[in-house]
Design a protein around this ligand. Sequence first.
Ligand code: NOJ
Length: 764
Amino acid sequence: MKKFIHYLLVFCFVVSCKDKSTTKLSQNEVVQNTTLTNFDTQINDLMAKMTLEEKIGQMNQYNGFWDATGPNPDKGKSAKKYEELRKGHVGSMLNIKEGVKQVKALQKIAVEETRLGIPLIIAFDVIHGFKTITPIPLAEAASWDLEAIKKSAQNAAEEAAAAGINWTFAPMVDTSRDPRWGRVMEGGGEDPYLGAKIATARIKGFQGKNLSSTKTIAACAKHFAGYGFSEAGRDYNTVDIGTSTLNNVVFPPFKAAAEAGVKTFMNSFNELNGIPATGNTFLQRDVLKGKWNFNGFVVSDWASMVEMIAHGYAEDEEHAAELSIKAGADMDMESYVYVEHLANLVKRGSVKETLINDAVKRILKVKYELGLFEDPYKYCDEEREKAVTGKQEFRDDALDMSKKSIVLLKNKKKLLPLKKKNQKIALIGALAKDKTSPLGNWSLAGEPGSAVSVLEGLQKYKGNILKYAKGVDVITVDSPTGWSDKAIINETDTSGFSEAITLAKKADVVVMVLGEHGIQTGEARSRANIDLPGLQQELLEAVYKVNKNIVLVLTNGRPLTIPWADKNIPSILETWQLGVQSGNAIAQVLYGDYNPSGKLPMTFPRSLGQIPIYYNYKSTGRPNGNNVFWSHYLDEKKTPLYPFGHGLSYTSFSYNNLKINKVNNREVKISVNLTNTGKVKGKEVAQLYIHDLFASVTRPVRELKGFKLIQLNPSETKIIHFTLTEKELGFYDNKGTFVIEPGKFEVFVGGSSDAKLAQKFTLE
Ligand code: NOJ
């Protein structure tokens, strides 16, 4: 408390009689009788002392690429940035992964060398874990387990905060229907309802109840908005979508994020209907800060302000700055256009200073809530960092999350779970031995090689004879980050095939670990083909020729097209990229020590031509037909390979007795009986979908509106209850107004979006 008052008083010191821009407020200049009322007064007092340049400095975020603990940079961009920092012209820094020592050194410059001593807010892409890398967000989404997802974010926040981080650029809440887009690995999948629930869970996990705790960090809902709809799945590409999709599919997870109290939003690289998101007033001022009443701040995406020139929307850098501030972007990440042009724009009268004041106030408020004014070094405790980083509890939770994320796609011959004794197991695939790929993309602070491989996980089971052969390399990469634009897929080297085939011939069961390397998804990792990369399909078919008892363990960051495998391979397990505990989780599921319960958060297409394919599509006027004139393909089914919500278990479940119990006051109560009809205990994600049969704006054939995770012993039955309220029954019309229309609805309940059990009701 003493420190708190000390810093506030320093900021509140009245300098009216001195030249604002040059007077350095000494730490001793404490005004004894300042009354501290509330946040607004304190920030207003502080802002009254700031020069225009210092205010704009708060709106400037730099990449922390230079070593603040080493010699000061004396030339080039780093030197300039260093000077800006010392002048108080930097409000935030990102990408400091070296931990407390480095953060403290930078914070020290901000606090001790700048005139007003305003602390920096330190940002980082804590996307799935910090050092203890957890499953990629798409994998966590497959758990449908909101408590586990929240816990995972909570742990990530604690570990990051202990390393000096105050703010994560997560969660990414972009709904996407296009698995070619590499960033689907960062999100919650294709569904706005599930996406909104996950967004809320992750924000609550990161931010906790008290943002100033040293275990929590500020979250950031990104990328506002429409990024997941980048045309043809090509990253950064144009987005052109109508109001219905925008309001009903893209916005809901963002709105949920705002309602959950997320402290920041990030705008986006893409243009939306002709206007780049970064310069988009409708998105940032009208919807976010207006309609949704968001009172945190908006950060641009990396250089997205200056990129508006390439978009053909801004004439030059100065124009980019003007468009961005007017549209509601509060902080400039690495475009340098605010720090270089905003002051002139204000002085010329092109930009009102009130806009700057509003942005700065929003930024200072988050710093204040983080407790940085109370103690700028409160996140900089090296002892805590040592004690917290990689602690066992995080690893245990990461294992739990990993197991919950795994989806059993197919199990025909009941090859799974594997027998624990007297089996000869051939483990094949370069990814089975890989200890870095399971970390996935966006694992910036993770240690390469820190994941338990599938080989290591399986080796813990001693009852069988386990032998390994690589078969084929997936990538031939020259940099561990995969930043190289050179071809990284191995398309030529088949030298490992024969060893794998020989091994498979002698095995009772072959476990093949195939898929995408961790660096093949994520930002800028769009793929025009989403099959097994490189020579893995050839390897799979070659092994199949000598042994048909194959368990295919997929590891990937997006849905893949695997029609051949689906047709021929008896058991397929989707394991995504699971982080540090990957191999342990996969082994426990393969051996049945954990019964899988994950469900797909994204549709798996049969072939590329079906994309975009998603479960909540519209009917069309010709959904079925006998002759050629109906909505279909001549050369492909129109159904997916695996639908949204699909996922099997080592037991089986049956649903019956679906009842609509009450329809009044626009509230519908629904119940259904769920029975475990198999031989082992298992968990099921019971899903409820509705279809609004006719409406003033057509509604999808199905929309997820409820789900429950239910654990059942063999032969046990439970009655599951769902309630639909106006929130679930209504939709946004084409003017963006939420409406609830009376009429007929159909309800479906089951274990996937293909649920067959249905009932109808009418809303008065
Ligand atoms: C660009 C990405 O689009 C964004 O998601 C990320 O947070 C920033 N870079 C910072 O790394």
